[in-house]
Design a protein around this ligand. Structure first.
Ligand code: PA5
Length: 478
Protein backbone atom coordinates (compact mmCIF):
# COMPACT_ATOMS: atom_id res chain seq x y z
CA UNK A 1 0.00 0.00 0.00
CA UNK A 2 1.20 3.50 -0.89
CA UNK A 3 2.40 5.41 2.18
CA UNK A 4 0.04 8.18 3.30
CA UNK A 5 2.73 10.83 2.97
CA UNK A 6 3.01 10.13 -0.78
CA UNK A 7 -0.63 11.09 -1.31
CA UNK A 8 -0.72 14.51 -2.98
CA UNK A 9 -3.91 15.60 -1.22
CA UNK A 10 -2.45 14.70 2.16
CA UNK A 11 0.80 16.47 1.32
CA UNK A 12 -1.12 19.66 0.48
CA UNK A 13 -3.00 19.41 3.76
CA UNK A 14 0.38 19.34 5.53
CA UNK A 15 1.76 22.41 3.80
CA UNK A 16 3.47 24.93 6.12
CA UNK A 17 2.00 28.45 5.99
CA UNK A 18 3.80 31.66 6.76
CA UNK A 19 1.61 34.55 7.91
CA UNK A 20 3.60 37.80 7.81
CA UNK A 21 0.75 40.27 8.16
CA UNK A 22 2.24 41.54 11.40
CA UNK A 23 5.48 42.51 9.74
CA UNK A 24 3.74 44.97 7.46
CA UNK A 25 3.03 48.66 8.06
CA UNK A 26 -0.69 47.92 7.71
CA UNK A 27 -0.59 46.00 10.97
CA UNK A 28 2.29 47.41 13.02
CA UNK A 29 2.27 50.96 11.69
CA UNK A 30 4.48 52.80 9.24
CA UNK A 31 7.23 53.62 11.73
CA UNK A 32 8.25 49.98 12.27
CA UNK A 33 6.39 47.99 9.64
CA UNK A 34 7.48 46.96 6.17
CA UNK A 35 5.57 48.67 3.37
CA UNK A 36 4.39 47.10 0.14
CA UNK A 37 6.72 49.53 -1.67
CA UNK A 38 9.71 48.27 0.36
CA UNK A 39 8.85 44.69 -0.56
CA UNK A 40 8.36 45.62 -4.23
CA UNK A 41 11.72 47.37 -4.23
CA UNK A 42 13.40 44.05 -3.40
CA UNK A 43 11.92 42.26 -6.40
CA UNK A 44 15.17 42.34 -8.38
CA UNK A 45 17.28 41.42 -5.36
CA UNK A 46 15.01 38.45 -4.76
CA UNK A 47 15.22 37.44 -8.43
CA UNK A 48 19.03 37.57 -8.34
CA UNK A 49 19.21 35.58 -5.11
CA UNK A 50 16.77 33.06 -6.58
CA UNK A 51 18.74 32.53 -9.78
CA UNK A 52 22.07 32.31 -7.91
CA UNK A 53 20.68 29.65 -5.61
CA UNK A 54 19.20 27.80 -8.59
CA UNK A 55 22.58 27.92 -10.37
CA UNK A 56 24.46 26.67 -7.31
CA UNK A 57 22.02 23.90 -6.39
CA UNK A 58 23.76 20.59 -5.95
CA UNK A 59 27.21 22.10 -6.46
CA UNK A 60 29.93 23.37 -4.12
CA UNK A 61 28.55 23.64 -0.60
CA UNK A 62 24.98 23.40 -1.84
CA UNK A 63 24.98 19.64 -2.09
CA UNK A 64 22.29 19.59 0.62
CA UNK A 65 19.62 20.66 -1.90
CA UNK A 66 19.78 17.17 -3.43
CA UNK A 67 19.49 15.21 -0.20
CA UNK A 68 15.73 14.67 -0.54
CA UNK A 69 16.38 12.89 -3.84
CA UNK A 70 19.77 11.21 -3.99
CA UNK A 71 19.94 8.95 -0.94
CA UNK A 72 17.99 5.84 -1.93
CA UNK A 73 20.81 3.42 -1.19
CA UNK A 74 21.97 5.36 1.86
CA UNK A 75 18.46 5.32 3.31
CA UNK A 76 18.21 1.57 2.74
CA UNK A 77 21.53 1.08 4.55
CA UNK A 78 20.41 3.37 7.39
CA UNK A 79 17.14 1.49 7.82
CA UNK A 80 18.90 -1.87 7.88
CA UNK A 81 21.44 -0.55 10.39
CA UNK A 82 18.69 0.99 12.52
CA UNK A 83 16.86 -2.35 12.61
CA UNK A 84 20.01 -3.98 13.88
CA UNK A 85 20.56 -1.25 16.49
CA UNK A 86 17.00 -1.56 17.77
CA UNK A 87 17.41 -5.31 18.12
CA UNK A 88 20.80 -5.36 19.79
CA UNK A 89 21.27 -2.17 21.80
CA UNK A 90 19.55 -0.47 24.74
CA UNK A 91 21.24 2.92 24.29
CA UNK A 92 22.14 5.02 21.27
CA UNK A 93 24.56 7.88 21.92
CA UNK A 94 25.55 10.58 19.45
CA UNK A 95 29.05 11.94 19.95
CA UNK A 96 29.24 15.23 18.08
CA UNK A 97 28.82 18.98 18.37
CA UNK A 98 27.28 21.88 16.45
CA UNK A 99 25.76 20.75 13.18
CA UNK A 100 26.56 17.17 14.15
CA UNK A 101 24.38 17.35 17.26
CA UNK A 102 21.71 20.04 17.04
CA UNK A 103 19.73 18.49 14.20
CA UNK A 104 19.49 15.04 15.81
CA UNK A 105 18.40 16.67 19.09
CA UNK A 106 15.76 18.85 17.40
CA UNK A 107 14.26 16.04 15.35
CA UNK A 108 14.24 13.59 18.25
CA UNK A 109 12.39 16.10 20.42
CA UNK A 110 9.96 16.95 17.63
CA UNK A 111 9.01 13.45 16.59
CA UNK A 112 9.35 11.15 19.56
CA UNK A 113 7.58 11.06 22.90
CA UNK A 114 8.56 14.07 25.00
CA UNK A 115 9.77 11.75 27.76
CA UNK A 116 11.06 9.13 25.36
CA UNK A 117 13.93 7.90 27.52
CA UNK A 118 11.65 7.50 30.53
CA UNK A 119 9.21 5.23 28.71
CA UNK A 120 9.44 1.50 29.37
CA UNK A 121 11.29 -0.37 26.63
CA UNK A 122 8.11 -1.87 25.19
CA UNK A 123 6.69 1.60 24.59
CA UNK A 124 9.82 3.00 22.92
CA UNK A 125 10.49 2.49 19.23
CA UNK A 126 14.21 2.14 19.80
CA UNK A 127 17.03 2.37 22.34
CA UNK A 128 17.32 5.23 24.84
CA UNK A 129 18.82 8.23 23.11
CA UNK A 130 21.49 10.71 24.23
CA UNK A 131 23.52 13.38 22.47
CA UNK A 132 26.82 14.32 24.10
CA UNK A 133 27.27 17.71 22.46
CA UNK A 134 29.70 19.21 24.93
CA UNK A 135 32.96 18.46 26.68
CA UNK A 136 31.81 19.23 30.18
CA UNK A 137 33.45 16.50 32.29
CA UNK A 138 30.43 16.31 34.59
CA UNK A 139 28.17 15.70 31.64
CA UNK A 140 30.37 12.94 30.28
CA UNK A 141 30.56 11.28 33.68
CA UNK A 142 26.80 11.60 34.10
CA UNK A 143 26.22 9.91 30.76
CA UNK A 144 28.52 7.05 31.67
CA UNK A 145 26.61 6.70 34.95
CA UNK A 146 23.29 6.08 33.21
CA UNK A 147 24.27 3.91 30.25
CA UNK A 148 25.76 0.47 30.02
CA UNK A 149 28.48 0.76 27.38
CA UNK A 150 28.18 -2.95 26.64
CA UNK A 151 24.63 -2.28 25.44
CA UNK A 152 25.35 1.04 23.75
CA UNK A 153 25.85 2.00 20.13
CA UNK A 154 27.90 5.19 19.82
CA UNK A 155 27.47 7.23 16.66
CA UNK A 156 30.53 9.48 16.26
CA UNK A 157 29.55 12.31 13.94
CA UNK A 158 32.02 14.81 12.58
CA UNK A 159 32.24 16.18 9.06
CA UNK A 160 35.81 17.40 9.41
CA UNK A 161 36.80 14.28 11.31
CA UNK A 162 39.00 16.30 13.61
CA UNK A 163 36.83 18.46 15.86
CA UNK A 164 38.50 18.37 19.29
CA UNK A 165 35.29 18.05 21.27
CA UNK A 166 34.01 15.10 19.27
CA UNK A 167 37.35 13.38 19.05
CA UNK A 168 37.90 13.69 22.80
CA UNK A 169 34.47 12.15 23.40
CA UNK A 170 35.41 9.37 21.00
CA UNK A 171 38.79 8.73 22.68
CA UNK A 172 37.19 8.45 26.11
CA UNK A 173 34.41 6.15 24.95
CA UNK A 174 36.51 3.89 22.73
CA UNK A 175 39.04 3.41 25.51
CA UNK A 176 36.26 2.27 27.85
CA UNK A 177 34.74 0.05 25.17
CA UNK A 178 38.07 -1.65 24.46
CA UNK A 179 38.65 -2.29 28.16
CA UNK A 180 35.16 -3.73 28.54
CA UNK A 181 34.75 -5.55 25.25
CA UNK A 182 38.18 -6.09 23.71
CA UNK A 183 37.93 -6.91 20.00
CA UNK A 184 34.18 -6.41 20.00
CA UNK A 185 34.54 -2.70 20.87
CA UNK A 186 34.51 -1.73 17.20
CA UNK A 187 30.99 -3.12 16.82
CA UNK A 188 29.77 -0.39 19.17
CA UNK A 189 30.91 2.53 17.03
CA UNK A 190 29.38 3.92 13.89
CA UNK A 191 31.34 6.73 12.27
CA UNK A 192 29.47 9.39 10.29
CA UNK A 193 32.04 11.54 8.57
CA UNK A 194 33.56 12.77 5.33
CA UNK A 195 34.59 10.01 2.97
CA UNK A 196 37.61 11.88 1.69
CA UNK A 197 39.17 13.83 4.53
CA UNK A 198 39.79 14.02 8.26
CA UNK A 199 41.00 11.62 10.90
CA UNK A 200 37.79 9.80 11.71
CA UNK A 201 37.61 8.12 8.33
CA UNK A 202 41.18 6.88 8.74
CA UNK A 203 40.37 5.55 12.20
CA UNK A 204 37.15 3.98 10.93
CA UNK A 205 39.03 2.13 8.23
CA UNK A 206 41.82 1.05 10.57
CA UNK A 207 39.47 -0.13 13.32
CA UNK A 208 36.74 -1.51 11.06
CA UNK A 209 33.86 0.74 12.16
CA UNK A 210 30.61 0.78 10.23
CA UNK A 211 30.64 4.09 8.38
CA UNK A 212 28.19 6.55 6.87
CA UNK A 213 29.35 9.44 4.76
CA UNK A 214 28.57 13.13 4.92
CA UNK A 215 28.65 14.31 1.30
CA UNK A 216 31.32 16.90 0.48
CA UNK A 217 28.79 19.58 -0.43
CA UNK A 218 26.90 19.28 2.86
CA UNK A 219 28.18 21.47 5.69
CA UNK A 220 27.55 20.71 9.36
CA UNK A 221 24.54 22.96 9.87
CA UNK A 222 22.96 21.81 6.61
CA UNK A 223 23.45 18.13 7.37
CA UNK A 224 20.33 17.06 9.25
CA UNK A 225 18.80 15.41 6.18
CA UNK A 226 21.88 13.25 5.47
CA UNK A 227 23.10 10.34 7.64
CA UNK A 228 24.03 12.84 10.38
CA UNK A 229 20.36 13.19 11.23
CA UNK A 230 18.82 10.23 9.47
CA UNK A 231 20.60 7.46 11.36
CA UNK A 232 19.81 8.75 14.88
CA UNK A 233 16.24 9.41 13.77
CA UNK A 234 15.77 5.98 12.23
CA UNK A 235 17.36 4.27 15.24
CA UNK A 236 14.63 5.75 17.44
CA UNK A 237 11.80 4.82 15.09
CA UNK A 238 11.31 8.07 13.18
CA UNK A 239 10.05 7.75 9.62
CA UNK A 240 13.01 9.19 7.70
CA UNK A 241 11.48 8.59 4.29
CA UNK A 242 8.56 10.77 5.30
CA UNK A 243 10.94 13.44 6.56
CA UNK A 244 12.74 13.48 3.20
CA UNK A 245 9.38 13.60 1.39
CA UNK A 246 8.50 16.69 3.42
CA UNK A 247 11.81 18.30 2.46
CA UNK A 248 11.19 17.49 -1.21
CA UNK A 249 7.71 19.01 -0.97
CA UNK A 250 9.17 22.22 0.46
CA UNK A 251 11.91 22.20 -2.16
CA UNK A 252 9.23 22.27 -4.85
CA UNK A 253 7.63 25.32 -3.23
CA UNK A 254 11.04 26.99 -3.06
CA UNK A 255 11.58 26.52 -6.80
CA UNK A 256 8.78 29.03 -7.50
CA UNK A 257 10.22 32.07 -9.26
CA UNK A 258 7.63 34.55 -8.05
CA UNK A 259 9.04 35.64 -4.71
CA UNK A 260 5.63 36.32 -3.26
CA UNK A 261 4.66 32.68 -3.80
CA UNK A 262 7.99 31.18 -2.72
CA UNK A 263 7.84 30.94 1.11
CA UNK A 264 11.59 30.75 1.77
CA UNK A 265 12.39 33.50 -0.72
CA UNK A 266 9.69 35.78 0.67
CA UNK A 267 10.89 35.02 4.15
CA UNK A 268 14.45 35.94 3.14
CA UNK A 269 13.20 39.22 1.65
CA UNK A 270 11.43 40.05 4.91
CA UNK A 271 14.50 39.11 6.97
CA UNK A 272 16.73 41.18 4.72
CA UNK A 273 14.47 44.26 4.97
CA UNK A 274 14.19 43.75 8.73
CA UNK A 275 17.97 43.78 9.07
CA UNK A 276 18.11 46.96 7.00
CA UNK A 277 15.59 48.48 9.38
CA UNK A 278 17.81 47.68 12.36
CA UNK A 279 15.97 44.60 13.54
CA UNK A 280 19.17 42.85 14.52
CA UNK A 281 17.57 40.12 16.58
CA UNK A 282 15.51 37.22 15.30
CA UNK A 283 13.57 35.38 17.98
CA UNK A 284 12.19 31.92 17.29
CA UNK A 285 9.33 31.11 19.63
CA UNK A 286 7.61 27.76 19.08
CA UNK A 287 4.35 27.22 20.90
CA UNK A 288 5.10 23.53 21.26
CA UNK A 289 7.56 21.72 23.46
CA UNK A 290 8.12 19.31 20.59
CA UNK A 291 9.66 22.17 18.58
CA UNK A 292 11.69 23.78 21.35
CA UNK A 293 15.05 22.46 20.11
CA UNK A 294 14.25 23.53 16.54
CA UNK A 295 15.19 26.93 17.92
CA UNK A 296 18.69 25.73 18.86
CA UNK A 297 19.10 24.21 15.42
CA UNK A 298 17.84 27.43 13.81
CA UNK A 299 20.13 29.58 15.97
CA UNK A 300 23.21 27.79 14.67
CA UNK A 301 22.00 27.84 11.07
CA UNK A 302 21.16 31.55 11.08
CA UNK A 303 24.10 32.73 13.19
CA UNK A 304 26.89 30.73 11.62
CA UNK A 305 25.65 31.17 8.07
CA UNK A 306 24.87 34.88 8.04
CA UNK A 307 27.20 36.27 10.71
CA UNK A 308 30.05 37.28 8.41
CA UNK A 309 32.59 40.11 8.46
CA UNK A 310 33.26 40.14 4.71
CA UNK A 311 31.10 40.13 1.62
CA UNK A 312 31.86 38.42 -1.73
CA UNK A 313 33.99 41.41 -2.76
CA UNK A 314 36.07 41.52 0.40
CA UNK A 315 34.27 44.55 1.84
CA UNK A 316 33.81 44.63 5.60
CA UNK A 317 30.05 44.29 6.11
CA UNK A 318 29.68 42.65 9.53
CA UNK A 319 26.45 41.04 8.39
CA UNK A 320 24.04 38.95 10.41
CA UNK A 321 21.09 38.94 12.74
CA UNK A 322 21.36 37.52 16.25
CA UNK A 323 19.06 34.52 16.69
CA UNK A 324 17.42 34.06 20.05
CA UNK A 325 15.41 31.12 21.26
CA UNK A 326 12.24 31.36 23.28
CA UNK A 327 9.44 28.97 24.10
CA UNK A 328 5.73 29.69 24.15
CA UNK A 329 4.12 29.97 26.58
CA UNK A 330 6.99 29.55 29.04
CA UNK A 331 8.81 32.68 27.93
CA UNK A 332 5.68 34.81 28.14
CA UNK A 333 6.61 34.81 31.81
CA UNK A 334 10.22 35.66 31.09
CA UNK A 335 11.24 37.33 27.84
CA UNK A 336 8.01 38.71 26.39
CA UNK A 337 8.15 41.78 28.65
CA UNK A 338 11.34 42.76 26.79
CA UNK A 339 9.93 41.88 23.39
CA UNK A 340 6.93 44.12 23.99
CA UNK A 341 8.50 47.08 25.75
CA UNK A 342 12.23 46.93 25.06
CA UNK A 343 14.14 48.21 22.02
CA UNK A 344 12.53 47.94 18.57
CA UNK A 345 15.31 45.65 17.40
CA UNK A 346 13.58 42.29 17.04
CA UNK A 347 11.52 40.17 14.74
CA UNK A 348 9.65 37.40 16.52
CA UNK A 349 8.74 34.24 14.63
CA UNK A 350 6.10 32.13 16.29
CA UNK A 351 5.89 28.47 15.33
CA UNK A 352 2.26 27.45 15.69
CA UNK A 353 0.75 23.97 15.53
CA UNK A 354 -2.81 23.60 14.26
CA UNK A 355 -3.38 20.13 15.68
CA UNK A 356 -1.42 18.93 18.67
CA UNK A 357 -0.96 15.17 18.91
CA UNK A 358 -2.69 15.12 22.27
CA UNK A 359 -5.72 16.82 23.75
CA UNK A 360 -5.95 17.47 27.48
CA UNK A 361 -9.12 18.75 29.11
CA UNK A 362 -8.85 21.14 32.02
CA UNK A 363 -10.76 19.49 34.85
CA UNK A 364 -13.73 20.99 36.61
CA UNK A 365 -13.14 22.57 39.98
CA UNK A 366 -12.84 25.80 41.97
CA UNK A 367 -16.55 26.48 41.50
CA UNK A 368 -16.46 29.35 44.00
CA UNK A 369 -13.51 31.10 42.38
CA UNK A 370 -14.67 32.51 39.04
CA UNK A 371 -11.15 33.79 38.23
CA UNK A 372 -9.99 30.17 38.12
CA UNK A 373 -13.24 28.46 37.17
CA UNK A 374 -13.39 30.17 33.76
CA UNK A 375 -10.67 27.75 32.65
CA UNK A 376 -12.82 24.70 33.33
CA UNK A 377 -14.30 22.93 30.35
CA UNK A 378 -11.60 24.27 28.08
CA UNK A 379 -8.66 22.20 26.90
CA UNK A 380 -4.96 22.88 27.28
CA UNK A 381 -4.98 22.97 23.48
CA UNK A 382 -7.36 25.94 23.56
CA UNK A 383 -5.31 27.59 26.28
CA UNK A 384 -1.98 27.37 24.46
CA UNK A 385 -3.57 28.60 21.20
CA UNK A 386 -5.26 31.47 23.03
CA UNK A 387 -1.97 32.45 24.67
CA UNK A 388 -0.18 32.40 21.33
CA UNK A 389 -2.83 34.54 19.67
CA UNK A 390 -2.82 36.87 22.68
CA UNK A 391 0.96 37.29 22.56
CA UNK A 392 0.83 37.88 18.82
CA UNK A 393 -1.83 40.54 19.43
CA UNK A 394 0.11 42.15 22.27
CA UNK A 395 3.25 42.44 20.17
CA UNK A 396 1.35 43.73 17.16
CA UNK A 397 -0.43 46.52 19.03
CA UNK A 398 2.97 47.51 20.44
CA UNK A 399 4.26 47.79 16.86
CA UNK A 400 6.59 44.80 17.22
CA UNK A 401 7.34 42.90 14.03
CA UNK A 402 6.18 39.30 14.24
CA UNK A 403 5.15 36.50 11.96
CA UNK A 404 3.78 33.00 12.40
CA UNK A 405 4.75 29.78 10.69
CA UNK A 406 1.93 27.28 10.99
CA UNK A 407 2.54 23.54 11.02
CA UNK A 408 -0.73 21.68 10.43
CA UNK A 409 0.69 18.93 12.67
CA UNK A 410 4.11 18.05 14.02
CA UNK A 411 5.00 14.95 12.04
CA UNK A 412 7.99 13.70 10.04
CA UNK A 413 6.68 15.35 6.88
CA UNK A 414 6.17 18.82 8.37
CA UNK A 415 9.48 18.63 10.22
CA UNK A 416 11.20 17.83 6.90
CA UNK A 417 9.43 20.85 5.41
CA UNK A 418 10.46 23.10 8.28
CA UNK A 419 14.13 22.10 8.18
CA UNK A 420 14.32 22.57 4.44
CA UNK A 421 12.41 25.86 4.56
CA UNK A 422 14.96 27.37 6.94
CA UNK A 423 17.92 26.01 5.00
CA UNK A 424 16.52 27.59 1.85
CA UNK A 425 15.71 30.89 3.54
CA UNK A 426 19.27 31.01 4.84
CA UNK A 427 20.71 30.34 1.38
CA UNK A 428 18.53 33.04 -0.21
CA UNK A 429 19.33 35.53 2.51
CA UNK A 430 23.06 34.86 2.21
CA UNK A 431 22.87 35.68 -1.49
CA UNK A 432 21.01 38.92 -0.75
CA UNK A 433 23.67 39.88 1.78
CA UNK A 434 26.36 38.83 -0.74
CA UNK A 435 28.21 36.77 1.82
CA UNK A 436 29.54 33.21 1.92
CA UNK A 437 26.70 31.42 3.69
CA UNK A 438 28.53 28.14 3.97
CA UNK A 439 31.86 28.92 5.62
CA UNK A 440 32.53 29.61 9.30
CA UNK A 441 35.89 31.39 9.67
CA UNK A 442 34.86 32.68 13.10
CA UNK A 443 34.37 29.15 14.39
CA UNK A 444 37.61 27.96 12.82
CA UNK A 445 39.54 30.71 14.68
CA UNK A 446 38.31 29.36 18.02
CA UNK A 447 39.02 25.76 17.00
CA UNK A 448 42.59 26.70 16.00
CA UNK A 449 43.20 28.56 19.25
CA UNK A 450 42.09 25.46 21.19
CA UNK A 451 44.47 23.27 19.19
CA UNK A 452 47.27 25.74 19.97
CA UNK A 453 46.51 25.80 23.69
CA UNK A 454 46.51 22.01 23.90
CA UNK A 455 49.78 21.72 21.97
CA UNK A 456 48.63 20.35 18.61
CA UNK A 457 51.46 20.15 16.10
CA UNK A 458 51.31 22.82 13.40
CA UNK A 459 49.70 25.43 15.67
CA UNK A 460 52.89 26.74 17.30
CA UNK A 461 52.52 30.12 15.61
CA UNK A 462 48.98 30.57 16.96
CA UNK A 463 50.22 29.56 20.40
CA UNK A 464 53.01 32.13 20.23
CA UNK A 465 50.54 34.82 19.16
CA UNK A 466 48.21 33.96 22.02
CA UNK A 467 51.04 33.98 24.54
CA UNK A 468 52.22 37.36 23.37
CA UNK A 469 48.72 38.85 23.72
CA UNK A 470 48.30 41.59 26.30
CA UNK A 471 48.24 40.20 29.84
CA UNK A 472 45.01 40.67 31.78
CA UNK A 473 45.02 43.34 34.51
CA UNK A 474 44.12 42.45 38.09
CA UNK A 475 42.35 45.80 38.48
CA UNK A 476 39.68 44.70 36.01
CA UNK A 477 38.86 41.56 37.99
CA UNK A 478 36.69 41.96 41.04
O1 PA5 B 1 28.16 24.12 10.57
C1 PA5 B 1 29.29 23.73 10.75
O2 PA5 B 1 30.01 23.34 9.83
C2 PA5 B 1 29.89 23.66 12.14
O3 PA5 B 1 29.13 24.28 13.10
C3 PA5 B 1 30.10 22.21 12.52
O4 PA5 B 1 28.87 21.53 12.50
C4 PA5 B 1 30.74 22.04 13.89
O5 PA5 B 1 31.85 22.86 14.04
C5 PA5 B 1 31.17 20.58 14.06
O6 PA5 B 1 32.04 20.25 13.04
P1 PA5 B 1 32.33 18.77 12.61
O7 PA5 B 1 31.08 18.17 12.11
O8 PA5 B 1 33.36 18.88 11.54
O9 PA5 B 1 32.84 18.08 13.82
Amino acid sequence: MKAKYLNVKWQKSMRLRMDYNNMTDEFVGSKQGISAAEIRAKKDLAATAFSRVQEKRGTGMMGWTELPYNQKDVVADILATAKDIKKNFDYFVVLGIGGSALGPIAVMQALNHLHYNDLPKAKRKGPKFYVEDNVDPERMKALLDVIDVKKTMFNVITKSGSTSETMSQYLIVYDILKKELGDKAKDHIIATTSESKGNLIKLAKAEGFKTFYIPDGVGGRFSELCPVGLLPAAATGIDIKQMLAGAAFMDKLCKEKNYKKNPALMSAVLSYISMQKGKNISVMMPYADSLRYMSDWYCQLWAESLGKADDFNGNKVYAGQTPVKALGVTDQHSQVQLYREGPFDKVVTFLAVDDYRESVKIADGCKDIPDVNFLCGHTMNELIQAERVATEYALTVSQRLNRTIYLPEVNAFTVGELLYFYEMETAFCGEMLEIDTFNQPGVEAGKNATYALLGRKGYEQTKAEMESAKAKKEEFIC
